[in-house]
Structure formats: C-alpha cells, structure tokens
Write a new protein. Structure first.
Ligand SMILES: Cc1ncc(COP(=O)(O)O)c(C=O)c1O
Length: 348
C-alpha cells in the first residue's frame, strides 16, 4: 500500500542514521560482554544496560493488548512519546499542530518546547468534537492533530465515528491519547491501527495499571512510524527495573481489573454523594478515573479543600471549564475525606 504520510516526516529524521548501541548489533549467544564499558560486577544485573527495544516486555504487551509487537513503541511515560512525535513530524519554527481545547496540557508544552505553533479548536459545550471547525482551520503546515479520549479534563470519550471521519479527511497524522481508556466502557481505537497509516494511539501504565512512578507509556501505530520513533528515542529510554516490574504487573491482569472496577464503583458513589450538595452545580459524565465538577465559587472550594489537606485540580481558568474542579477518584477512605469536607463547605 502506498504511504502518502511518509512525506510528513522531517527530512533530517528521514535521513537519520540512529545510534546503534552495543546490544543492538548483537543477536547470537555470548558469555562475555566487554562491549559497553559497564562495570563487570553484578549489582542485581543493574550494572548492565537494559534491552533498548524492550523485546520481552513488548511480547507480553502484544499478547495482552492484541497489538503486533512491531506496532508497539515504549516511551519514558507517554509524555516522551508526545515529545518524540513533535520531533519526527514538526519542523521547528515552521510547522504547526492542532489540538482540541480543553485537553491535556502537555500537547501545548511539547509544542512550545519544540517551537511549533499550536492551534486550539474548541470542543462543543458538552465536550464533543467539532469536526467541521477542525477541518476549517486545517492548513498544509499542520502535521499532527492531537485528540484525547477519554479527554482530560472533561472525562468523556470522543465520538469514534467522528475520529474515523477525521482520519479520512485530515491530511496529517492523528494522535488519539487513550491514557484513561481502561476506565471507559468505550473500546480503544487501537483496532484501527492496521488499516490507518495516519493513526497513532497513546496508552500508559500510569493510570489504570497503577505504575505512574515507573514511567512507561505506549504508542501503537503502523510499523513505519514505530521504526522512526525507535530511531529518535534515547537508546536506553526504559530502565531494566521498570521493564521487569511492568512485565510482572501484566501477569496480574485480574488484580488490575478488580482495582479498575473498584475505582469505577467509587466513581459512581462519589457522584451520588456530590449530587446531594448545593455547592455542586454540575458533574460532567466521566469515563475516566476523575470527575469534572462545576461548583459555586470553585476557587474558594479549591482553597478551602487545600487548607484541609485535600488537593484537587483547579480547572476554573480553562476554556469551557469555568467554575470547575477536577477531582481524581481515590481510595474509599480518601473519597470519604473529600466528601466530608465538601459537605462542610456546603453547609457554610
Ligand atoms: C491525557 C494524558 N495523557 C498522558 C498523560 C501522561 O502519561 P504518562 O504518565 O504516561 O507520561 C496524562 C497524565 O496525566 C494524561 O492525562
């Protein structure tokens, strides 16, 4: 199949001769490794560099996620994948990207770091995609469209039919950031990767999998994109400890599923309790592990909670989120403390 999207890749990246690490070039059997200037004394194998292409871990992810190994990229958090995609497709000072608004703040930060113009297209007031508005602002310099589903901070999933329409009509690459997909009843768009050359899905071990501290994010895309991402990433971007720990966590998928279902159950309970309060004006439907809550005098609620040691995210200055706080679903005990403080504020 002809690939018209390869022309979107920056020329310096197309011509890049990637760093070839010692472990990269060797695939036979050997007992003595004097090739990488490591300390030869065993420190729980951490004296050795990690597998640069994370082969064992990807094999397991492939089995769990139903995505081919060659379609998987692993980054130091999805934040690394976001930055790498800017560096692959966007010429600093020249190219641009489109992002929905409101959405995850790192798309803008990564654009600014890479000196790439970002054009924000507002979602509708109920946080749905406005396909026509996106296509109306689209121009030749737009290399990437950033979508997020379930979206942060609104919590809703975007309409998959509209995403498919954009995949047909938007001439650049489309990233669908699915960091919160495991909390959603909607299915992942990852099944469209084999048939869509311009689709990149981001997922992460930081949310439902409970491993934010290890920093491992995933990108699923066609092999040509994954190969370029691997060429651009630092050779040893995922450390050995994280690779092993995540591999082990993937074997405990039943426990992870139980945690997810407990968090979803708590989400329902927190909504019910918040609905009883007068200071709560609206709770937006959530397919994620957080709620966007419109409050009377949100800034004051935010500050009062903070004084009681309950930290939530003030989103009241974000477009379409005026008067809103974003609150993560915690453990039952944490949620109880939050609800108790909200009730106190409600009575004041
Ligand atoms: C939508 C979205 N994408 C990506 C991330 C970052 O994920 P990671 O921890 O894998 O870098 C976050 C974190 O809050 C997020 O909300």
């Amino acid at each position: 199949m002809e690939n018209k999207y390869i022309s979107l890749v920056r020329d310096n990246i197309k011509n890049l001769k990637p760093y070839s690490s010692a472990r990269h070039e060797f695939s036979g059997h050997a007992d003595i490794f004097l090739d990488a200037n490591e300390n030869p004394n065993d420190h729980h194998i951490y004296n050795r560099y990690p597998d640069p292409l994370q082969t064992r871990l990807k094999r397991k992810i492939s089995a769990v996620k139903g995505v081919k190994e060659e379609s998987i990229f692993l980054g130091n958090g999805s934040d690394e994948a976001i930055d790498i995609l800017f560096r692959i497709f966007c010429e600093p000072g020249k190219d641009s990207v489109i992002s929905i608004e409101p959405s995850y703040g790192m798309y803008r930060v990564a654009a600014d770091i890479n000196n790439v113009k970002i054009k924000n297209v507002s979602l509708t007031p109920d946080f749905e995609l406005d396909v026509d508005a996106i296509l109306a602002v689209e121009e030749k310099s737009d290399k990437i469209l950033w979508l997020c589903s379930p979206n942060n901070p609104s919590g809703n999933t975007l309409n998959p039919q509209m995403i498919l329409e954009l995949l047909d009509k938007f001439p650049g690459m489309i990233v669908v950031d699915e960091a919160y997909i495991d909390f959603s009843n909607e299915v992942s768009m990852k099944s469209f990767v084999p048939e869509r050359q311009n689709l990149i899905i981001l997922q992460t071990f930081s949310k439902a999998w409970g491993l934010a501290g290890l920093r491992i994010g995933m990108a699923f895309a066609q092999q040509w994109i994954i190969e370029i991402m691997n060429a651009v990433k630092p050779p040893y971007n995922i450390n050995s400890y994280s690779q092993d720990f995540v591999l082990n966590q993937l074997r405990k998928i039943d426990d992870v599923r139980k945690e997810i279902s407990k968090i979803k159950q708590e989400r329902g309970r927190v909504i019910e309790r918040l609905e009883e309060l007068d200071i709560v004006e609206k709770i937006y439907p959530s397919e994620a592990n957080f709620l966007l809550i419109k409050c009377k005098d949100a800034r004051n609620v935010f500050k009062s909670l903070q004084e009681k040691g309950v930290i939530v995210r003030d989103r009241s200055n974000v477009p379409l989120c005026e008067g809103c706080l974003r609150v993560t679903i915690g453990t039952e005990r944490e949620n109880e403390v939050f609800l108790k403080e909200m009730k106190i504020l409600d009575k004041q």
